[in-house]
Ligand binder design. Sequence first.
Ligand code: GLU
Length: 376
Amino acid sequence: MSIARLSDLADPALAPRLVIKVGSALLVGPDGVRRAWITQLVAEIAQARSRGQDVIVVSSGAIALGAATLGLEKGGRGSLADAQASAAVGQIALSGLWAELLGTHGITAAQMLLTLEDLEDRRRYLNVTATLTRLLDAGAVPVINENDSVATQEIRFGDNDRLAARVAQAAQASAVVLLSDIDGLYDRHPRLPGAKMIPVVEGVTAEVRAMASTDSNSGMGSGGMVSKLQAAEIAELAGICLVIGNGQHERPVARIVNDGIGTLFVPRRKAAARKAWLGGRLRLKGEIVVDDGAAAALGRGSSLLAKGITAVEGVFSRGDPVAIVDGEGKVLAHGLSEYDAAECAAIVGLHSSEQERVLGYSPRSSVIHRDQMVLK
Ligand code: GLU
């Protein structure tokens, strides 16, 4: 069973973990922060949490808000230095607001500022995944933005659409909801006569890409449909659904989920997609040999623990792809190692309680986490 229609987004069994990305124009208006609207969205987030769903927020708006505070023109987008300075000012207020409003529902907010590279480099990716998982397990709502003040690349329009899709991938989310200023994807420019919204898209094909028009409606947000489709493609490759919906309404999530207004992108081959994504990273750097007990546990969907390892071969770093093989050399799985080869070798056969003494730091939950593993 997987998500097939917008109403499925409210079903914790089909959508246990949601990423909700909020565009700048929804968070910041001409008079500053749009507190009343955010309050409503936060109530919807609290509702999702009480249904048993995890929620991660990707919040834009730092540049727009900071620019208003500093009195910089062009919404802080006049130069890279303007944008970075604006983000530094806006981010504090924005995080404070999310923390305050989530707090009124007894929910702890957790700020994470990421760059796209954090999610592309395997080592950093593993840490982001571990932190997100820990936060969600502890009941917090991560509130994420790009770390604009230190980004070394040009801050590009629509960055947060892509960031939201990458975060969803790192967090193994079920779906990403992009809240913006348009109801969904139209078959042509929405202002052209006869334009029709498309309720469900199966796979971002060339035909679908041709429907995207390049200008955002509001001029304040920076997304536009092109970056949303790029985000849909990233999500699709990770086997994750993505929704484009209009946030310019009270209770925007209910409008999408209950009223069914929005475009749902479903990945073409869900199970295979995740495998392909991991597979795309797999130039194997080494081998980890496991005993029969560990081999059987992997088959049942467990993570690989040091206890079940008998030997380590090759030179690899944390985050590198390795093969897991049995005593006869048969490949059981491929996955991303949480340790480098020397650390792995040092903890071979050890219980987690014995690993800290050897490593000099508290061990990770596993040597290869099952989420970062593909069985052969
Ligand atoms: N990170 C930017 C901000 O906080 C928004 C990026 C985007 O518009 O996608 O203002």
